[in-house]
Design a protein around this ligand. Structure first.
Ligand code: DP6
Length: 333
C-alpha cells in the first residue's frame, strides 16, 4: 500500500474451551500447551491502519482515546515487528474500536491484535497466508492467533525442539467439528481486571504447585475434546471445557501471591449452571482472566439458557454463536 491509504480489518474475540495459560517464551509468545477455542459472532473489533511517512512516532487511538502506557507500548512494539518484517520505516496511524469491554476477561486483546495484525500486515505490504497471520497476531497477544480463524480453532504450541519454534506455533481451524455450539456470556463486571492475564500467567508458571498437573491434564483434555467435536458430543465437550477452566483457575489461586478472578457472583452463576444441568438442560461454564462466566451449550438451547440466567442475575447476558475469522473490510485512499 502507498502512504495515505487506509487498511481496515475486523476481528471477533474467541473463548477458549481448552485454555492457554502460561508461556514458555515471553518474547516470542510461545505457549506451554495447545489450546482450542470458539471464535464468536459478537463484540467485533474494527481497526484502521494508515502509514504516515512524516510522523516520528506511531499514533494509536483506542475507542476515541489516545493510547498511552502499556497499551501504547504493546501496540508500538507490535507495529515495530511488522515494520521489521516488511523492511519498512514509516510510522502508522491506528484507530481501533472495540465493542467489548477492554480488559475484563472478554478477550478484547484477542480480537484487538488479530484485527491489528491483519490491517497492519496489509498496510505495510507484508505477504502471508492465514496461518502466517496467526503467527504474527500471536506476537501481540497469544489468544489473538486463534481469532484469525472462525468457528472452532486450535492453536498449536509447537515442538520446543523445532529448528524454528516461531514457525511451529500457529493456529488452524478445526475442520472436522460437527457441533453447533453457543456461548452465553454473563457479564458480571465490565471493569478492567486487577491483575493482567500476562502477569497472572507468569506468576502461575513460576510459583503454582498445581501448574504442572494442569499442563498434563490439558493435553489429555485436548485429545478428548477433538474426538468429542468430531462426534458432535456436546455433553463431553461441555464437561471437558468446564473442568479445564476450573483447573486453570485452581492453578492461579494456588500461585504465590494468589491470583483470584472469581468473585461471589461468579460462584453463584457457576452454581446456577450446575442446577440447569441437574434439571437436564445441557449447560457448562467457562471463565477467563476475569469474573465473567460464559455458558457453553448447544446452539438450539442458547435462548433457553440465556432466559434462565436472566432469572437469577441482573448482569448483562449476551448470546454468542460461532463467528467468522479476521477479514479486511476495505482499503481506501
Ligand atoms: C485466560 O492471550 O490475553 O483468556 O498472550 O499474555 O497477551 P497474552 O495473554 P492472553 O491470555 C488469554 C488467557 C485466557 C485463556 C485463553 O484465551 O486461552
Amino acid at each position: 500500500m502507498t502512504a495515505g491509504e487506509t487498511a481496515v480489518a475486523v476481528a471477533h474475540p474467541n473463548i477458549a474451551l481448552i485454555k492457554y495459560w502460561g508461556k514458555r517464551d515471553e518474547r516470542l509468545v510461545l505457549p506451554v500447551t495447545d489450546s482450542l477455542s470458539l471464535t464468536l459472532d459478537v463484540f467485533p473489533t474494527t481497526t484502521a491502519v494508515r502509514l504516515d511517512p512524516d510522523a516520528a512516532e506511531d499514533h494509536v487511538v483506542m475507542d476515541g482515546v489516545l493510547a498511552r502506557g502499556e497499551a501504547l507500548r504493546r501496540a508500538t512494539a507490535f507495529l515495530g515487528l511488522v515494520r521489521e518484517r516488511a523492511g519498512r520505516r514509516e510510522r502508522a496511524v491506528v484507530d481501533t474500536r472495540n465493542t467489548v469491554p477492554v480488559g475484563a476477561g472478554l478477550a478484547s486483546s484477542a480480537s484487538g491484535f488479530a484485527a491489528l495484525a491483519l490491517a497492519a500486515a496489509h498496510a505495510y505490504g507484508l505477504p502471508g497466508d492465514a496461518e502466517e497471520l496467526s503467527r504474527l497476531a500471536r506476537r501481540g497477544s497469544g489468544s489473538a492467533a486463534r481469532s484469525v480463524f472462525g468457528g472452532f480453532v486450535v492453536w498449536h504450541a509447537g515442538d520446543p525442539d523445532a529448528p524454528d519454534p516461531d514457525r511451529a506455533s500457529y493456529a488452524q481451524p478445526v475442520t472436522d467439528a460437527r457441533l453447533d455450539a453457543a456461548l452465553v456470556a454473563v457479564v458480571l463486571d465490565e471493569g478492567p481486571k486487577p491483575v493482567s492475564s500476562r502477569e497472572a500467567m507468569r506468576r502461575t508458571v513460576a510459583t503454582s504447585p498445581l501448574y504442572r498437573d494442569w499442563v498434563t491434564g490439558s493435553r489429555t483434555d485436548l485429545a478428548r475434546m477433538r474426538a468429542a467435536l468430531r462426534a458432535g458430543d456436546m455433553a463431553t465437550v461441555g464437561a471437558i471445557s468446564e473442568r479445564n477452566a476450573l483447573g486453570m483457575h485452581a492453578t492461579m489461586e494456588a500461585a504465590r501471591p494468589a491470583v483470584r478472578y472469581r468473585t461471589a457472583d461468579t460462584d453463584a452463576v457457576l452454581g446456577h449452571v450446575r442446577r440447569l444441568r441437574a434439571e437436564g438442560l445441557g449447560a457448562w461454564a467457562t471463565m477467563d482472566a476475569g469474573p465473567n462466566v460464559k455458558v457453553l451449550c448447544a446452539s438450539a438451547d442458547a435462548e433457553r439458557v440465556a432466559a434462565r440466567m436472566r432469572e437469577v442475575t441482573d448482569a448483562r447476558v449476551v448470546v454468542a454463536r460461532g463467528g467468522p475469522g479476521a477479514r479486511l473490510r476495505r482499503v481506501t485512499t
